[in-house]
Design a protein around this ligand. Structure first.
Ligand code: 5AD
Ligand code: SF4
Length: 455
């Protein structure tokens, strides 16, 4: 009766939240199962960033509820008893969701996850005849009333761990629903973060990825700059000093407020991996202005060049939106030119999706669907070519790989990442997991490298 399956949509922030909920539930005696069909309780941790992401989770919830009704207790097959919607889409759509999905047991936004276990306990008690059946739990307050949520709940030994350093976002990118979905920006205390990472290191974590909507703005209200160093850089330095942690990553920074002190970290902190995800969104100043991105194409390129100067091996990935309202062929050509200039190792390319309540929504969805589609295709083809070319330059080199897990494909093939965040596949065994191995690269595809461990 207490098997829980959590399905996560969206970003790493959501992944971390799901890990946190899983850990809270495990601590209460619930079993987390990978297979949906084995679960009594299914929680969908949803995303709101594009309409498609919302529709996916809504469709899934509808199908699960239908199955839930169809299943009868007489069948020996496990029966889904509880369905919950959590996260950004739950937050964004709110109560009206209950009109189309009235049988939901929980509707919990982005800030109240810690109420989920109590509610499930009450449901369990009611099945055992120990109490009345609780009504749907609806928690949609975006005020973070609990620091509890920010604390890590790592599921035991993890080679690479996600660590939340802040919540919410105060930027007002015109197209973006996140401020509505995740509330105002607030930093987690530096001491807490450092403590959590010390604990992770003690249980075998070698790599941490710091998560926040705009990590380089971390703590700018809560902590003063010290010796010209922003609070985020101070945090990086403290994490760098933790024994056992071998690699540090973070996602995502914002191009504005990306100062020299942070650039210098790529020269001075060897644990900081030379890969950065720096969302550009567009290569046209006009569109950047319409998006309220507060930097110009030139400033972006200057940051990229400064980072390459600090570390010649720097790898870049980015996010791009095609078809933002008002984007002309000439604007798009500037994005393509920027794309060619930076030679991103990886990029996430999104077709603009209107989010109601945002500023861009008031501009109308002016770019026809087929134009968005063709712009999307053009960038995807460019990306395939540049990432393959970048990967091929690594054939014949030896890469430091942090081994994470068996790869899905073959049983003896293991998977890890090089410092540039490229997936590397090699023949290995379970004893390799958690090690930093030198791997000689023998071949490359657009998305991965294959090689042989030298140790
Ligand atoms: N439409 C399309 N893409 C969007 N993103 C954010 N909002 C939208 C939207 N309304 C993209 C941005 C962001 C990434 C997480 O999602 O590129 O960086
Ligand atoms: Fe992550 Fe944004 Fe999607 Fe929320 S809406 S899950 S913050 S990408």
């Amino acid at each position: 009766m207490n098997r829980v399956h959590i399905k996560t949509y969206g970003c790493q922030m959501n992944e971390r939240d799901s890990e946190a909920i899983a850990a809270m539930l495990r601590a209460r005696g619930y079993t987390i199962v990978n297979a949906e069909a084995e679960a009594d309780i299914i929680l969908l941790n949803t995303c709101s960033v594009r309409d498609q992401a919302e529709q996916k989770a809504i469709g899934k919830a509808g199908r699960l509820l239908k199955d839930k009704h169809r299943a009868t207790p007489a069948l020996s097959a496990p029966r889904l008893r509880v369905l919950g919607l959590m996260g950004c889409m739950a937050q964004n759509r709110g109560r009206p969701l209950l009109e189309s999905l009235p049988d939901l047991d929980l509707l919990v936004g982005t800030q109240k996850f810690h109420h989920v276990p109590d509610h499930l306990d009450n449901l369990l008690a009611s099945w055992r005849g120990l109490g009345p059946r609780p009504s749907t739990l609806v928690e949609l307050d975006t005020e973070a009333d609990s620091q509890n949520l920010l604390r890590g709940h790592s599921p035991g030994r993890q080679v690479s761990a996600l660590v939340s350093i802040m919540q919410g976002c105060d930027m007002r990118c015109a197209y973006c629903i996140v401020p509505k979905a995740r509330g105002a920006e607030r930093a987690r205390p530096m001491e807490d973060i450092v403590d959590e990472i010390r604990g992770l290191a003690a249980t075998g974590t070698r790599e941490v990825t710091l998560l926040g909507q705009i990590v380089n703005h971390y703590g700018k209200r809560e902590y003063p700059a010290v010796a010209g160093k922003t609070p985020f850089v101070q945090l990086l330095e403290r994490i760098h000093a933790i024994e056992g942690i071998e690699r540090i990553r973070f996602t995502s920074p914002h191009p504005s407020g990306f100062r020299q002190d942070l650039v210098n970290c790529y020269r001075d902190l060897h644990k900081l991996c030379e890969h950065i995800h720096l969302p550009v969104q567009s290569g046209s100043d006009q569109i950047l202005r319409a998006m309220r991105r507060s930097y110009t194409r030139d400033q972006y390129l200057r940051t990229v060049n400064a980072l390459r100067a600090a570390h010649p091996g720097m790898c870049f990935s980015t996010d791009i939106i095609v078809g933002h309202p008002g984007e002309t062929d000439a604007d798009f050509a500037k994005t393509v030119a920027l794309f060619d200039e930076v030679k991103f190792d990886m990029a996430f390319i999104f077709k603009y999706s209107t989010r109601s309540g945002t500023e861009s929504a008031d501009m109308g969805d002016t770019v026809p669907r087929d134009v968005k589609e063709s712009r999307n295709q053009i960038l995807l083809e460019r990306l395939a070519a540049t990432s393959l070319a970048r990967n091929q330059t690594l054939v014949g080199t030896t890469q430091e790989v942090l081994v994470e897990s068996p790869a899905r494909k073959g049983r003896d093939i293991f998977m890890g990442r090089n410092r540039g965040n490229r997936k590397v596949l090699f023949p290995g065994n379970a004893a390799h997991v958690g090690l930093l191995l030198p791997v000689r690269v023998e071949s490359a595809t657009t998305t991965a490298l294959q090689g042989r461990a030298l140790a």
